[in-house]
Design a protein around this ligand. Structure first.
Ligand SMILES: *[C@@H]1O[C@H](CO)[C@@H](O)[C@H](O)[C@H]1NC(C)=O
Ligand SMILES: *[C@@H]1O[C@H](CO)[C@@H](O)[C@H](O)[C@H]1NC(C)=O
Ligand SMILES: *[C@@H]1O[C@H](CO)[C@@H](O)[C@H](O)[C@H]1NC(C)=O
Ligand SMILES: *[C@@H]1O[C@H](CO)[C@@H](O)[C@H](O)[C@H]1NC(C)=O
Ligand SMILES: *[C@@H]1O[C@H](CO)[C@@H](O)[C@H](O)[C@H]1NC(C)=O
Ligand SMILES: *[C@@H]1O[C@H](CO)[C@@H](O)[C@H](O)[C@H]1NC(C)=O
Ligand SMILES: *[C@@H]1O[C@H](CO)[C@@H](O)[C@H](O)[C@H]1NC(C)=O
Ligand SMILES: *[C@@H]1O[C@H](CO)[C@@H](O)[C@H](O)[C@H]1NC(C)=O
Length: 662
């Protein structure tokens, strides 16, 4: 009797325990929509091994937005739904946080990379920045590409390889996508409310891939060991989403042999919406202004690529009967060595080949670009007049620099500094064709001065030389042209290092005032002494007195055998300083233009207080709250560059072709 009672007791304990387990199981099943058979969902649950941490890098142009019906919105939702291990880093010039609210903490916004004046992100800047994020796998892709869950399975498999790899996969375009996200964000529903099956989507994609013959299809790159570079060469300043660079990276990675490069197109289902004709980055009403970006990328690829004339085929990653395998396309052999020890069930050749022939696999279209094709000159669709409204700030002000080829690295360092200070409204006037072509390839807003003297690209175009005299006359003419077009100009030579943005202060001087740096070094004399007006840093307003006065300067310079600097002073302050007012101004009587010499503590010239001789120039200048420091009062281009580099006021790494963090 006793025993029976005990048994009954045990049974009830066991039963209630079972019930609890069953209940909690039911509970979890309720919470997780994956319990429903058939329809797929995005979830890491289907992956056996611990899923790797995946970071997807992408970027938006300034004009793009993430509205709920944008393609990028649809796509990024699909990525975040793949697995909780997926993080998305979205590079965007504006740091508006409204999308992070919609997507949660796994979407990170990063606005620290460099963009062109049209807001196009630089790829090399994105990739350099990607190294700052800890991850098992890094992915680079277009923001409009939608991913399906086989993406994570393929990456999880690949992540078990015992060597470093680079996965390449191309996406197909589909004309429309008639499904909507479910409220939970885990799966799609059809118009009639039914869930969409994974197989249906896959079929849709593989059907499309046979019809589509677009070679410009979007490509996904994914790689492990994110600290190891993808390739051996140095990435040129490619523009993101403007073609060529996927090809370039694949070529370089193949030739470098640090990574196993393979094509996973047939195992990864990804697509984007729309025909090639009406995608926002290929806007039919915009091709004239956008084409150069694609051509520029192709130039960069040809200029800096190493393998562009060689034809090759990538090994393919295939999936068949739930097994992954690599197939070497050139001999259709299966590379089992890669899979050794991974418990893959395929051992018999005939089974494999049957499997391969059944796999109607999509694959990557690699175009061969001939390296020895002559690189035609780039045609940039902008001139001064069309650039001004694009770059000017709200006060219709632009920062103008004028450069010849021998100063191209210094120009880039100056540009990097302005980018770092978030001063986007600069313009470059190129004195020669080389500088012009170079600047276009760097994504700079550049225009060419057709009246510029042709041969100024040598080392000795320093202060006082004949060359210098001719170049400086280009400057005042160009400034005058811009003033007449209705824009204010801050002219800054490339050898002026900016510590802070001086524009708000310079704007505050008001109309009829031209603010200029003083070249006086003697601390006990007035800063407006004769010929101490520095014409390498001044702010001119587009108003009648300034325009009239600049016209006088240009006329004076045209007939003078000297550089324009004395013309500036003699015209605006009178010969011998006849029009001086107090210790720091002049008043030109005919035009009523006031010249304001800038406080040397805030705008020191290169000889003032021997600042360049100081151990720590930056600290010294920051202590004084300098806005800029001119690297003048030194002779020779190389000495000038050396001084600036030695003092740590150089922000361009010419060997890496990119701006450097200080
Ligand atoms: C494929 O390319 C050919 C010309 O190369 C073109 O006529 C055809 O329309 C293209 N097909 C598709 C589906 O884009
Ligand atoms: C592209 O154009 C077609 C026809 O005008 C339109 O139906 C489709 O929605 C457009 N796609 C996108 C992505 O704008
Ligand atoms: C195409 O460009 C024009 C002008 O920049 C713009 O107004 C229009 O909205 C763009 N269309 C698309 C589909 O992006
Ligand atoms: C593919 O096979 C060819 C010929 O057997 C061989 O030369 C090549 O190295 C293989 N490629 C890879 C990536 O295994
Ligand atoms: C500039 O070029 C012309 C011909 O191209 C040449 O005759 C002249 O000497 C050059 N000037 C200088 C300063 O090198
Ligand atoms: C525009 O000018 C006003 C004063 O004239 C100034 O306060 C403001 O900072 C300027 N804006 C920029 C972007 O420089
Ligand atoms: C600065 O000017 C004063 C007065 O003219 C003069 O005595 C002094 O020698 C000058 N100093 C330098 C370094 O030129
Ligand atoms: C300059 O100012 C004076 C006095 O204020 C005035 O009489 C004269 O007309 C002005 N000249 C111009 C060109 O505005």
């Amino acid at each position: 009797m006793k025993l029976k009672g005990l048994r009954a007791g045990l049974l009830s304990v066991w039963l209630s325990g079972f019930l609890l387990i069953a209940l909690s199981f039911y509970g979890t099943q309720l919470l997780s929509p994956s319990s429903l058979d058939g329809p797929f969902r995005y979830s890491s649950r289907s992956i056996a091994a611990a899923p790797p941490k995946i970071t997807i890098f992408t970027a938006l142009r300034s004009s793009s937005s993430l509205d709920e019906d944008s393609q990028a919105f649809l796509a990024i939702r699909s990525w975040l739904a793949l697995s909780s291990q997926v993080t998305v880093v979205l590079f965007s010039p504006s740091s508006a946080s409204s999308f992070t609210d919609k997507f949660g903490s796994r979407l990170l916004l990063d606005s620290t990379i460099d963009f062109t004046f049209l807001g196009t992100p630089f790829l090399h800047s994105m990739l350099a920045r990607s190294e700052a994020y800890q991850s098992d796998i890094a992915v680079l892709m277009d923001p409009e590409t939608v991913l399906l869950p086989d993406f994570v399975s393929a990456l999880s498999f690949t992540n078990q390889l015992d060597r470093d790899w680079l996965l390449v996969s191309s996406s197909v375009s589909i004309p429309s996508f008639p499904f909507n996200w479910d409220k939970t964000g885990h799966f799609w529903r059809q118009g009639n409310g039914k869930r969409v099956r994974f197989g249906e989507l896959q079929k849709m994609i593989s059907l499309r891939s046979w019809q589509s013959n677009s070679t410009e299809s979007k490509t996904i790159l994914a790689w492990n060991n994110v600290d190891l570079p993808l390739h051996c060469g140095v990435l040129p300043p490619f523009l993101y989403q403007r073609g060529t660079y996927n090809q370039w990276i694949i070529n370089e990675a193949m030739s470098c042999k640090r990574r196993f490069v393979f094509d996973a197109t047939s195992t990864i289902s990804s697509f984007y919406l729309g025909n090639e004709d009406n995608r926002s980055d290929n806007n039919v009403s915009e091709p004239k202004t956008r084409n150069w970006e694609y051509i520029g990328n192709s130039h960069l690829g040809q200029l800096y690529g190493s393998l562009f004339s060689k034809s090759f085929t990538l090994p393919k990653l295939l999936k068949c009967n739930k097994h992954y395998m690599f197939v070497n396309v050139s001999d259709r052999s299966v590379d089992l060595s890669i899979l050794e020890g991974k418990g893959v069930g395929f051992r018999r050749r005939e089974k494999i080949s049957a499997c391969i022939s059944r796999t109607k696999s999509r694959s990557l279209n690699l175009d061969i670009v001939q390296k020895d094709e002559a690189v035609p000159l780039l045609k940039f669709p902008f001139d001064l007049q069309s650039l001004l409204p694009l770059v000017a700030d709200k006060n219709r002000t632009v920062v103008l620099s004028i450069a010849g080829y021998s100063y191209k690295d210094m120009l880039m360092s100056w540009v990097c500094r302005l980018r770092r200070l978030k001063v986007p409204n600069f313009l470059v006037c190129a004195l020669d064709d080389e500088t012009y072509q170079f600047s276009i390839l760097q994504g700079l807003p550049v225009f060419f001065d057709p009246y510029a003297p042709k041969n100024i690209s040598f080392n000795d175009c320093h202060f006082g030389s004949k060359c210098f005299q001719r170049v400086t006359k280009v400057k005042s003419r160009t400034v005058l042209k811009i003033l007449k077009l209705g824009y204010n100009v801050l002219l800054s030579d490339v050898d002026v290092y900016w510590f802070r943005n001086p524009l708000p202060l310079l704007q505050s001087f008001g109309p009829s005032v031209l603010a200029a740096q003083s070249d006086e070094y003697n601390r006990t004399v007035p800063i407006n002494r004769p010929r101490r007006l520095n014409s390498g840093f001044y702010f001119a307003r587009s108003d009648a007195p300034t325009i009239a006065a600049m016209e006088k300067v240009v006329k004076h310079a045209a007939t003078s055998g000297l550089s324009e600097q004395p013309s500036f002073y003699d015209t605006l302050c009178g010969e011998g300083g006849a029009y001086r007012l107090g210790d720091d101004r002049c008043l030109e009587p005919e035009t009523n233009l006031t010249v304001q010499f800038l406080d040397r503590e805030l705008f020191p010239n290169g000889a003032y207080r021997d600042l360049w001789l100081k151990e720590d120039v930056r600290a010294e200048c920051e202590k004084k709250h300098c806005f800029v420091l001119h690297n003048n009062w030194i002779s020779g281009r190389l000495k000038k560059i050396e001084r600036q580099m030695m003092r740590g006021l150089w922000e361009y790494d010419a060997s890496m072709r990119m701006c450097v963090e200080l």
